[in-house]
Design a protein. Structure first.
Length: 352
């Protein structure tokens, strides 16, 4: 009885938080092949303008098979630290100058203290986060003597091109653009690792939440320098989350008029952690924490259970924390303090 009441109470709270936003826009479905035609992957034929779905499925298959090529990056040559803001040109080009200038907020060691353990953590926020979100987490690391670099995701906050008011170009019903944004995020992460190394950091961790968790996993699978990982909210397949999540109903409305879930998976599996698990699990030295919630309405628990089953079957080292809240309620009292403790303590104990 008490459990049922708790579930109903939490579901009402979760739904209220998820539906407060009134600026979600149902955008038209687009294949977005033009976002992918510059990819140079072994075995991938040039797009001939015919059957865009079949060609994008080929892109997925080629990218998954050749992940080290798909997520290969070049180190930017224009790193600039202006006060607390690190800026550089993204290794992936888009039509939007604002998005191509990567912005990351730097939280250095407290004044007067030396980073003797030479460690730092990269923090990736959730989808549609604004510039002040996850700052408290970075400050928590900073107080413990762990410098933190909060990366603005593609098309988010300072990188959002006008007239957008939401990060719609990061995840949308444009198939190719969503893939392009994901690849850009992964390469931006790897560029941040380059900068930290150039700054003398030897032990680097990463914390990703929600969409940031997906990006973090893909980056860590192909970057052994990310030694300690926290994946806060996790799912096996990208398409499943968008199709079933409470916060992406406006995207599904456009997608389902053109695709089934099975077909969506075929064109978006290139962004799905499941298909890079073998590569990720090879790195047995990594210290990994996976977090999910019992009543998540965005990353449904069954999809989190699937990715943990993959983690176990591949023998990837990991720790698991399951919290009795939902996706949005995790950001509310008291759950935000509980998850903050788990995230910060894992990084503090395992990094360097």
């Amino acid at each position: 009885m008490l459990k049922a009441k708790y579930e109903r109470w939490l579901d009402r709270w979760e739904t209220d938080l998820a539906t407060r936003s009134t600026d979600r826009v149902v955008r038209p479905f687009e294949w977005g092949t033009e976002w992918l035609t510059d990819l140079n992957l072994p075995g991938l034929r040039a797009y001939d303008g015919q059957n865009p779905e079949a060609w994008i499925r080929e892109v997925n298959q080629a990218a998954i098979k050749n992940g080290s090529d798909f997520f290969q990056h070049t180190t930017p040559k224009d790193f600039t630290l202006d006060g607390e803001w690190l800026r550089f040109t993204s290794p992936v080009d888009s039509p939007y100058p604002e998005n191509n200038l990567v912005e990351a907020r730097w939280f250095p060691m407290p004044e007067g203290k030396e980073n003797r353990r030479k460690r730092a953590v990269i923090v990736l926020p959730h989808w549609n986060s604004h510039a002040e979100q996850h700052v408290a987490l970075c400050q928590g690391f900073q107080k413990l003597g762990i410098p933190a670099l909060r990366l603005s995701l593609p098309y988010h906050d300072r990188r959002m091109p006008p007239p957008l008011t939401r990060a719609d170009y990061a995840v949308s019903s444009n198939i190719g653009r969503t893939i392009h944004a994901t690849r850009q995020a992964v390469l931006d992460i790897r560029a941040c690792v380059d900068w930290l190394e150039q700054s003398g950091i030897e032990h680097i961790g990463i914390v990703g939440t929600s969409l940031g968790s997906c990006y973090s996993f893909l980056a860590s699978a192909y970057d052994k320098r990310l030694k300690v990982n926290v994946f806060n909210h996790c799912s096996a397949r990208f398409g499943d989350v968008v199709w079933t999540g409470l916060s992406t109903r406006h995207i599904k409305k456009s997608l389902e008029e053109n695709l089934s879930l099975e077909r969506l998976q075929g064109v978006w599996d290139v962004m799905s952690p499941r298909f890079y698990m073998a590569q990720f699990a090879k790195q047995q030295e990594k210290k990994n924490l996976f977090i999910y919630t019992t009543y998540d309405t965005t990353f449904l628990p069954r999809y989190s259970e699937e990715i943990l089953a993959d983690v176990k079957s591949h023998g990837a080292p990991h720790k698991l924390v399951i919290l009795p809240c939902g996706h949005y309620t995790m950001g509310e009292t008291p759950f935000k303090f509980i998850v903050g403790y788990h995230i910060i303590s894992h990084i503090a104990r395992k990094l360097g």
